[in-house]
Design a protein around this ligand. Structure first.
Ligand SMILES: Cc1cc2nc3c(=O)[nH]c(=O)nc-3n(C[C@H](O)[C@H](O)[C@H](O)COP(=O)(O)O)c2cc1C
Length: 358
């Protein structure tokens, strides 16, 4: 099936089976659920369908830290602080970036459904989106929503063309957000050093490891039951019985091997994008999320994959050094995202719309 045909028909189970879901018994049920969640909109969708599309956005640890308040003419995306990750994200930076990612998906999906959507408020209380009737505007970014994923694998190392990089920059343009793109191998090595330094600090912190472990879903059944978190197969790890993977976690999740994994990830990427908000506050973090989500959707539309390597911005001491290297001392770099070409991994799941609408 051509890529275009796939995009038009939405994700089919067969297509998903072809992207690494493997033959583990419950993976069939997992793949079916992922495909069901990732259909494009049917004709004349209700607002709940826009919420489904919004929830397919990137979000830290896939905690889905949001609630949606839906009324005629407006959708508010509220922070769900019960789903904050206080160790890796003590000031809720990632939480607000995640709200921005969801807001962007909602605005794009609303446009495709014949509603004009505009962000009317953004700050510590979340994001307000006003909806009006308009002409349906489907776009490559809309069609990419079900296909975007965080692809945590080695990429093919081939360069991305200057024209594609220009399109990524264009898609991510957002007032109050600067996007820096690095493709030079010397720069990528320096960024990798910061990733390894940050990752080493995190792996040495038992609270970080414990929090991460809480959000890992070790089997398809666990992932299906919870509809959130980081399913091992969606991170490129093998599927085994949940009890076995859980028991082996401490043995295989080691600083040395994790750092080696990141060396492979960054060295096979075509480039790294760094997002920097003009200010460090929820309004700007939401803007950063919107810019990143458009970047990732445009990458998907171009056949590229993306994955976060945020360690340099998550560990405060490394972040300060990293800002100095970026030439923005005193400012806060928000996201570090690698991009390039790779095969798709299994998609991550989301919770049902009924659970996230208030
Ligand atoms: C603010 C933010 C921070 C993130 N940080 C990381 C990260 O450091 N490492 C990583 O592998 N993924 C990171 N992610 C990706 C999420 O884990 C991912 O979006 C989530 O698991 C859902 O999966 P999906 O992107 O494939 O839909 C981050 C995403 C966001 C929005």
């Amino acid at each position: 099936m051509s890529r275009r045909a796939l995009l038009v028909s939405g994700l089919s189970v067969t297509a998903l089976a072809a992207v690494g879901y493997g033959t583990w018994p419950r993976m069939g049920a997992y793949a079916e659920e992922a495909a069901r969640q990732r259909q494009l909109l049917a004709a004349e969708p209700e607002l709940g369908e826009l919420v489904r599309m919004a929830s397919l956005a990137a979000n830290g640890h896939n905690t889905q830290p949001w609630r949606f308040r839906v009324s005629e003419g407006a959708v508010d995306i509220l922070p769900d602080f019960d789903r904050r990750t206080e160790v890796v994200d003590p000031d809720d930076h990632h939480l607000y970036v995640s709200l921005g990612c969801a807001a962007e998906n909602l605005v794009i999906a609303a446009g495709a459904s014949g509603r004009r959507a505009a962000v009317s408020a953004a700050g510590k209380d979340g994001v307000g989106i006003a909806l009006e009737q308009g002409a349906a505007a489907e776009s490559p970014l809309y069609e990419a929503i079900p296909y975007r994923q965080s692809t945590r694998s080695d990429y093919d190392g081939a360069p991305v063309s200057a024209e594609d990089i220009r399109r990524l920059q264009e898609a991510a343009r957002e007032e109050g957000v600067e996007l820096l793109i690095f493709t030079d191998v010397v720069d990528l090595e320096t960024i990798l050093e910061a990733v390894v330094e940050g990752n080493s600090a995190q792996m040495d912190d038992p609270a970080f490891v414990e929090e991460l472990k809480e959000w890992i879903r070790f089997s398809p059944d666990e992932a299906l039951a919870r509809g959130d978190g980081l399913f091992t197969a969606a991170s490129g790890n093998p599927v085994m019985p949940g009890w076995l993977t859980r028991a082996m976690f401490g043995l295989v999740f080691r600083k040395g091997s994790e750092n080696d994994k990141y060396r492979g990830h960054v060295r096979t990427s075509s480039g790294v994008a760094v997002f920097v908000g003009d200010k460090a506050d929820p309004a700007h973090w939401i803007r950063v999320g919107r810019a990143f989500q458009r970047f990732a959707l445009q990458a998907t539309a171009l056949g590229l994959k993306t994955a976060h390597v945020n360690q340099p911005v998550e560990v405060p001491s490394v972040r300060e050094e990293f800002a100095g290297w970026l030439g923005i001392p005193g400012q806060r770099p928000d996201l570090v995202v690698r991009f390039g070409r790779a095969a798709a991994l299994p998609m991550s799941l989301r919770r049902p719309v009924g659970e996230i609408v208030v």
